[in-house]
Design a binder for this molecule. Sequence first.
Ligand code: NAP
Length: 286
Amino acid sequence: MTAQLIDGNALSHQLRSDVAARAAALKARGVTPGLAVVLVGDNPASQVYVRNKVKACADAGLHSVLEKHDAGLSEAALLARVDALNNDPTIHGILVQLPLPPHIDAQKVIEAISPAKDVDGFHIASAGALMTGMPGFWPCTPYGCMKMLDSIGYDLRGKHAVVIGRSNIVGKPMALMLLQKNATVTICHSGTKDLKALTLQADVVVAAVGKRNVLTADMVKPGAVVLDVGMNRNDEGKLCGDVDFAGVSAVASHITPVPGGVGPMTITMLLVNTLEAAERSAGLRL
Ligand code: NAP
């Protein structure tokens, strides 16, 4: 079998066109969706991420503000900025780029963001909404994975999904989203005893670990769908995922590449969440 690619760039293009059309409709009603991106310090990777997010907003016709602060910004000053953005009617979504400098309690800052503007979906209220199936913002990366499954018309009901990784931003919310779509879900982590025995039973595998070759061809059931969230560097310094792409492509039915898979979907879902925050503020959705 040669797996079909689930192309995150092509799907993002479609979804971002839809965001642009909905943003234009909202603008015509006097509301321009706005995202504030807050960066503290000069982490090079974070600088690239925030630049990409701001550019994606501009391309889709969303208003965005990039606030850059020195690494020495105090926690109190950052909390004050978050409070100001919570009260700014031109801003519908607030994203504080992680990681924050060690003297700032990231969880405290996340909890200071109004749940109505929590477009990253990291607030405890967003996590609770996902857990209980209530309306709220879903974390962008697993949300993007769900859109990728939708894009191939995959019905999760009764399927066994194995999620490798249990972080609060990817693994756990991913598992809850799959569960909400009626999959039977297994969550694996560094303490899992026999990962291969579990992944071999899976109809869907999501790898979200951050280590190369966590999933190899011998660990995948023929015809399974494989989503690779990992972002690593190979020996040549090139971006690669957690999955042995060449090997697993020969066994899986569908696979996401790295780059060009889940990565672009993460920013796309940030745009979707920001747009939906603006639609909610305009009373157009729950
Ligand atoms: P994380 O917080 O470091 O979590 C990694 C998880 O993997 C942990 O739950 C850990 O288990 C588990 N793990 C570690 N080694 C394992 C092993 N050998 N077998 C099974 N599980 C193992 O990472 P994250 O933030 O979730 O990110 C995961 C990866 O996705 C990273 O490469 C990150 O860069 C990437 N990522 C990509 C995007 C994107 O847009 N494409 C977005 C976010 C993250 P324990 O809990 O037991 O430690």
